[in-house]
Design a protein around this ligand. Structure first.
Ligand SMILES: [Zn+2]
Ligand SMILES: [Zn+2]
Ligand SMILES: [Zn+2]
Length: 714
């Protein structure tokens, strides 16, 4: 071996020992190390995935502990395997390298021990990082849990507030909302499960503070008292007082007063301490050293204020007593927050953001509620009521016509009226029929409708059915509008207009949308918030109306409110021709729309009428009210007798006598029966009645009705 080679080897040896020179000796080593560390990074990535996969289970201490132990073992194993690989690479390299081949025995142990150091360092670091990963995961799960809990509390509070503002219509101020939020916040904090600590004892911290305090107060000689076990209650001893002081007060009942005074002072300090524990336990904060410092200062202050002649042992005993209580009391507080300190710091710092969100949400849902309410009451409800009540009049008429024979034609109706009059046999009714034909008929129809409805159960059925239909249509229209608007802020007015348009496209729905104009309905909000409000109100309205429909109803009032009143509708169906006989006012019974020749079936004797028919024949135009123009038209002339119906008659041939001759048995009978009363009513003399008329019986009178209407039917 030449001197030169020896020198080289010596240098190499030194370089191997010096870690900075190592890369020069084994240039590939740093490359191998880098790939080792890279492998560990990807292993950690996998381990992290396992930790995150535990999700909420992370908060189960046992599960998480086991996982962590498992992962730590795996980490050790992984590092060992990797380092072993590294070692064999280094060994192989040494065998090949000319420079080291000769001195392997010396160089190898040095390198191997470096590898072992590396293993230890990386293992420790990996385990540390596992713990951090785990803690981060737990914290974020805790934060999620906290926010979920806060959100739940907020939601129920918001709901209550909106409900309240709905009923009171009072606009809440920000300060009131802040106060409400404060309640939600402290409730959430007090019910939230902070992860308990397992081992972190605060005694050492408290003792340290007490020690420092005593040193600062020049009371080092009492330090051994700190470890004393104390009785459950603080007691004043004779030893707390100096010899001279005891002597001075000897005759005061053996120091009783002095001791009492000291005991009182101690009590008030202890009381104050309990109060502060209670206050601090309510704060959402972990135990702090300052709590102890403050407590010790209180003792000093109390003693200074009182200026008693008492030895420092009293102060020390009192402080030791308080500190040992504090260790227990504040340990609970510390345990509550220990693991979630950072979480607590974070959420406390974010409190204002939560508050702002709370107020914003309230304002939005309050606004939504107001718009939804207005839309429901101003647009939806009138639309619903119109949908329910519009066809009701027709339904009622159809039902009556289907059930009651006399409403099937104008003939049967008129005939039934006359038969009923006969049965009733009241002069006033005859008079009403003769003089106020329209209002008489309307009254009769109204009576039928009311009595029909009070027996029918269909009124509720129809309304409930229509209610169900229209609510379904509205809900569908609202949902259709809601598509694709989830979570998007938008102007509500065009959306509400769209709801109306969709509804209107259903031919059966008449939307009362005039009130939608104006800026009131234009707010910017999340549409689904408004949809929720609308659906709730819609459901409430449905319930309310369904309940109303199931209850007894005042039929007259209901009829009055219908857009189509069944009595008018029914009258129109049975009214027939409006023309009357110019001589006796008997109604035209001709059928067919637009018939040219009018004719009455039951003419009346002239004495049943209030005016003198003599004048009619001489100037008929003036007497036939409203028909003047038509009477000039021969196409539209009144035929006074069914026997002459085929004629186009000349008006002059009709005389009062002819008219009277044509009067029906029915009316002749009525006149005979009420001749006196008619005369009195019309303020004229009773009529002279032909003898044969007096022979007509009620039966014959009714028969004449049958005959007249039957003949008409042929
Ligand atoms: Zn701690
Ligand atoms: Zn007539
Ligand atoms: Zn007619």
């Amino acid at each position: 071996m030449s001197a030169n080679t020896f020198l080289q080897q010596e240098m190499a040896m030194h370089m191997v020992q010096c870690q900075f020179a190592l890369p020069l000796v084994l240039p590939k080593l740093s490359q191998w190390e880098a790939s080792f560390l890279e492998n560990m990074e990807s292993w950690l990535l996998g381990a992290g995935k396992k930790i995150f996969a535990t999700k909420e289970k992370a908060l189960d201490a046992a599960i998480q502990k086991n996982l962590l132990i498992e992962l730590k073992d795996e980490a050790r194993e992984e590092v060992k395997t990797e380092v072993d690989k590294l070692k064999s690479k280094v060994e192989a390299h040494l065998m090949k390298d000319d420079l080291f081949k000769e001195r392997t025995e010396t160089v190898k142990p040095i390198l191997m021990s470096k590898m072992d150091d590396l293993r230890e360092r990386v293992t420790e670091e990996t385990i540390q990082r596992l713990a951090t990963l785990n803690e981060n995961h737990c914290s974020s799960i805790q934060l999620q849990k906290f926010e979920t809990l806060l959100e739940t509390e907020q939601e129920s509070k918001l709901h209550a507030l909106v409900e309240n503002s709905k009923s009171t219509k009072v606009l809440l101020q920000d300060e009131q909302l802040e106060e409400e939020f404060e309640g939600v916040w402290s409730k959430t904090l007090s019910t939230f499960d902070f992860r308990p600590s397992e081992t972190d004892d605060i005694t050492v911290r408290v003792t340290d503070i007490l020690k420092q305090n005593l040193i600062r107060r020049g009371l080092q000689k009492h330090i051994k008292k700190i470890s004393q076990k104390l009785t459950s209650n603080f007691q004043v001893y004779d030893e707390h007082f100096g010899y001279r002081s005891r002597l001075k007060h000897m005759f005061e009942d053996n120091n009783r007063l002095q001791r009492l005074e000291a005991q009182q002072l101690a009590c008030s300090v202890i009381e104050e301490y309990h109060q502060s524990v209670a206050d601090k336990s309510n704060l959402p904060a972990d135990f702090s050293d300052s709590y102890i410092t403050e407590m010790l200062e209180n003792v000093e202050k109390a003693l200074k204020d009182k200026s008693m002649e008492i030895k420092s042992a009293f102060e020390v005993d009192l402080k030791v007593y308080l500190c040992s209580s504090a260790c227990q009391d504040f340990q609970k507080l510390h345990d509550r927050f220990a693991k979630d300190r950072e979480l607590l710091t974070f959420i406390t710092a974010t409190k204002n953001t939560y508050l702002a969100k709370f107020i914003y949400q309230f304002r939005k849902s309050d606004q939504c509620q107001r718009v939804a309410q207005a839309f429901t009451s101003m647009v939806i409800k009138p639309t619903v009521l119109d949908y329910i009540y519009r066809p009701l009049g027709k339904c009622i008429v159809d039902e009556i016509q289907g059930k009651e024979q006399q409403y099937q034609s104008s003939h049967s109706f008129n005939r039934s009226l006359l038969e009923e009059l006969m049965k009733e046999d009241r002069f006033e009714s005859f008079l009403e029929y003769l003089l106020s034909y329209d209002s008489f008929r309307l009254r009769k129809i109204q009576e039928t409708v009311v009595s029909h409805l009070s027996k029918s159960t269909n009124l509720e059925k129809w309304r409930q059915q229509r209610l169900g239909e229209i609510i379904g249509k509205i809900a569908a229209a609202v949902s259709e509008t809601a598509e694709g608007t989830n979570g998007v802020l938008s102007d509500t007015k065009p959306l509400l207009e769209r709801v109306c348009l969709i509804l209107e496209s259903d031919g059966d729905v008449d939307v009362t949308r005039a009130s939608l104009d104006g800026p009131f309905f234009s707010i910017t909000t999340e549409w689904d918030c408004l949809v929720t409000c609308l659906m709730e109100l819609l459901a409430a309205m449905r319930l309310e109306l369904a309940k109303e429909f199931s209850q007894n109803v005042d039929i007259t009032e209901l009829l009055h409110c219908l857009p189509i009143q069944p009595q008018h509708f029914l009258l129109n169906k049975v009214r027939g021709c409006d023309k009357q006989c110019p001589f006796c006012r008997a109604p035209c019974e001709a059928e067919g729309i637009g018939h040219e020749v009018h004719r009455a079936l039951l003419h009346r004797p002239k004495d049943m009428l209030p005016y003198d028919l003599c004048s009619v024949s001489s100037c008929p135009e003036s007497m036939i009210q409203g028909n003047t123009a038509q009477n000039k038209d021969t196409q539209n002339t009144y035929v006074a007798c069914r026997d002459l119906q085929s004629f186009h008659p000349d008006r002059n041939i009709y005389t009062e006598e002819l008219a009277s001759q044509m009067s029906s048995a029915y009316w002749r009978y009525v006149l005979v029966r009420y001749n006196e009363k008619f005369a009195k009513e019309y303020k004229k003399k009773p009529a002279k009645i032909p003898e044969e008329w007096k022979k007509i019986t009620a039966e014959e009178a009714l028969d004449s009705l049958k005959e007249a209407f039957l003949a008409k039917q042929c």
